[in-house]
Write a protein that binds this ligand. Structure first.
Ligand code: B16
Ligand code: MG
Length: 218
């Protein structure tokens, strides 16, 4: 049997926590008097917390001390975590669960490849952590997406070559990371934004078993 590595990004792919990141960043931006729109937020998807703050401060042309930055990073994360208190499996995006189940039933290797340092509690709360044979998150990497480190580590942990790995991603930085890693990139979201991905689907409800079978066989 062909064994491939299926690597899932978290925010915006498995769960819709991207909206909570947005709300938490927007609150901080407002407090700092910076205009922060959903368009700006696209640039933050898949990007580390530290880099996200820098992007927002650049937007507002604000130069800050490390002390202030640490304070704002903490505050943003506290606000973000407050949205996660009550999350459960209803937060899993449509079509994701059947794909995870199908992959498991067909003996495929599954990993998480996320920039988030909050990934594990999210997988636990949504009840799907047992589907993952490996988890690589923001606590495990030194180079953020678009660097391929997170996906290369995930494939390595699964014992599968990058060429036999498939990445599901909703961010431009993540698609670039997958392409650089020499993996198959599957964009989840809008075609205009994720035009660098090899395949693109609006969401997981458009991914059927034939597509998964083809990825496994080829
Ligand atoms: P945290 P992903 C990313 O997760 C988010 O897309 C990005 O917006 C966020 O800044 C980053 O995680 C860090 O998250 O603050 O929880 O450590 O999409 O790579 O799963
Ligand atoms: Mg994402």
């Amino acid at each position: 049997m062909n064994k491939k590595a299926f690597i899932f990004d978290l925010d915006g792919v498995i769960v819709d926590t991207a909206k909570y990141h947005y709300l938490a960043w927007q609150k901080l931006a407002q407090e700092l008097g910076i205009e922060f729109t959903p368009e700006h937020n696209e640039e933050l998807k898949g990007v580390s917390r530290v880099r996200s703050l820098d992007i927002i401060l650049e937007l507002g042309k604000i130069e800050a001390s490390q002390e202030d930055k640490n304070k704002w990073l903490f505050q943003k994360n506290e606000d973000y975590l407050s949205y996660l208190v009550d999350i459960d499996q209803s937060e899993i995006l449509p079509g994701v669960y059947p794909v995870l189940k199908y992959l498991k039933e067909n003996g495929q290797a599954i990993a998480l490849g996320s920039a988030s340092k909050n990934a594990r509690p999210i997988l636990e709360k949504t009840g799907i952590i047992s589907y993952f044979d490996a988890i690589v998150d923001g606590n495990d990497v030194s180079n953020a997406k678009p660097d391929p480190e997170v996906f290369l580590n995930a494939a390595k942990l699964l014992g599968v070559n990058p060429e036999n790995s498939i990445v599901f991603e909703d961010s431009v930085a993540g698609i670039q990371a997958a392409n650089t890693a020499n993996m198959i990139s599957v964009g989840i979201g809008e075609e205009e934004i994720l035009c660098e991905s090899q395949f693109i689907f609006k969401d997981f409800t458009f991914i059927d078993e034939h597509f998964i079978d083809a990825l496994i066989k080829n």
